[in-house]
Design a protein around this ligand. Structure first.
Ligand SMILES: Cc1cc2nc3c(=O)[nH]c(=O)nc-3n(C[C@H](O)[C@H](O)[C@H](O)COP(=O)(O)OP(=O)(O)OC[C@H]3O[C@@H](n4cnc5c(N)ncnc54)[C@H](O)[C@@H]3O)c2cc1C
Length: 392
């Protein structure tokens, strides 16, 4: 049991130790800041429930305003994983075998979409049924788009490696629920937790689907944060030779992610407004039905496990970094369906804001109440103030 006297006052206190909190914290620790994470139970995080696709294109047949961020994140991923592996000494499964984008509807013209993806900078190739028999036998569709630069990571393995990196870099993990942010004269001074108060010069809110709890009412009303429950299953093809070679994705319908251990993750259902982690018979039936329409062999695969998690959604799905009007408080919100992919770039934005606010590590300089905090306009023009949110 941790005693109150064990609690040091760090430069930065991070609420939530999912992938965003950990990516941000590791970045700040490596720059020399002292960082604590308050986390109530990371086994319930969206991070440990995710499928792990690293997919900046396949899900977005119409480009979204934050597309550049998705591509930046994809390009940053190999180094992000390598750093976590080197610091922690843990191996993380991360591969880029490409995504096969397919449609259960034969009327849907994938050849046109191939050009759209190419215009967005993707290495995209249209595959007809003959090509498909060669590259991914067993698929019950006539055509596909191969998105060569897409892949997946094992989110649980990555989360464990980031957690070990955090400890290795000198971070302080506090197993506690945060109830509220403490402020004095408009400046944040720490948080209130289930076992007492914690002090810190900066508080970063990376509490995922529960992050809305620390927003001002006007920000909550504007951003409309809401949870989106999702269910996944894991199956095992009976013979190694039957395993799929690519990530297979039919957006809004089903996806399949091959794993090094020979299993395949099948996802994912989506229930907006549901913050529970219920697993329903209907959800599992939908996953089995939809995936076996794409790949009929699925029905004969061995059952391994099922689980669920809650995605954090704000607005119309845009990842959002928010500078609060309470000085020293920053929020990383709405990583929604792509948070595993986006974490390195959103984490870098949050850590830049914290560093600009606090000054150099060990510096006594702090903005006093009433002064304008450095970095309120964002380090690269992408981060919003609490009044004028920009999409990142
Ligand atoms: C079913 C499913 C499939 C997904 N598939 C993919 C995918 O294929 N690719 C992809 O890129 N993304 C995917 N995602 C999305 C991705 O998992 C999330 O966007 C990402 O994990 C969000 O990270 P986070 O750190 O913001 O939140 P989380 O991982 O949820 O972490 C937030 C943490 O804050 C803690 N916390 C909350 N409130 C408090 C409090 N008051 N005090 C202390 N701690 C608190 C929680 O316990 C939690 O550990 C999927 C998500 C789900 C649910």
């Amino acid at each position: 049991m941790e005693r109150q006297s064990d609690r040091i006052a760090p430069d930065i206190l991070v609420v939530g130790g999912g992938i965003l909190g950990l990516a941000t914290s590791c970045e700040l620790l490596s720059r020399g800041y002292t960082v604590s994470i308050a986390e109530r139970d990371a086994s319930n995080s969206a991070t440990r429930a995710a499928g792990g696709m690293l997919s900046p294109w396949a899900e977005f047949s119409a480009p979204v305003p934050w597309h550049t961020l998705l591509v930046q994140a994809r390009n940053a991923y190999p180094e992000f994983v390598r750093n976590a592996e080197e610091t922690s000494g843990c191996r993380v499964e991360c591969r880029f075998p490409g995504t096969l984008l397919v449609s259960p509807n034969p009327e849907f013209d994938l050849s046109d979409l191939t050009f759209t993806f190419r215009e967005q900078g993707a290495h995209a190739t249209f595959l007809d049924s003959e090509d498909l028999t060669r590259v991914e036998p067993g698929l019950a569709v006539d055509s596909a788009i191969l998105l060569e630069d897409e892949g997946y990571v094992d989110p649980r393995g990555l989360h464990s490696a980031l957690r070990a990196s955090f400890e290795e870099l000198g971070g302080h993990w506090i197993r506690d629920e945060v109830y509220a942010v403490r402020e004095v004269e408009g400046r944040v001074v720490g948080v209130q937790t289930s076992s007492g108060d914690l002090s810190a010069g900066v508080v970063l809110n990376t509490a995922g689907a529960q992050a809305d709890r620390f927003l001002l009412p006007e920000d909550r009303a504007r951003l409309e944060p809401r949870p989106v429950r999702g269910e996944l299953i894991r199956l095992r093809p009976p013979h190694r030779g039957e395993r799929i070679r690519h990530v297979i994705q039919s957006p809004g319908f089903a996806y399949l992610i091959p794993q090094d251990d020979g299993t395949v993750i099948v996802g994912a259902t989506s229930y907006e407004g549901d913050g529970t982690r219920r697993l329903t018979a209907r959800g599992i039936a939908e996953l089995l039905e939809n995936s076996s329409r794409l790949l009929p062999d699925v029905s004969d695969w061995e059952w391994v496990e099922a689980w669920s998690g809650v995605r954090p959604l704000v607005g119309s799905g845009e990842p959002t970094v928010l500078t609060d009007t309470r000085l020293g408080l920053f929020h990383g919100l709405g990583l929604y369906r792509n948070g595993i992919l986006l974490a390195p770039v959103i984490g870098a934005q949050l850590s830049r804001l914290a560093a600009e606010y606090i000054g150099l590590p060990g510096s006594p300089r702090r903005p006093t109440p009433g002064t304008r905090a450095p970095g309120r306009d964002g380090p690269d023009g992408t981060v919003s103030s609490s009044r004028t949110r920009e999409r990142t």
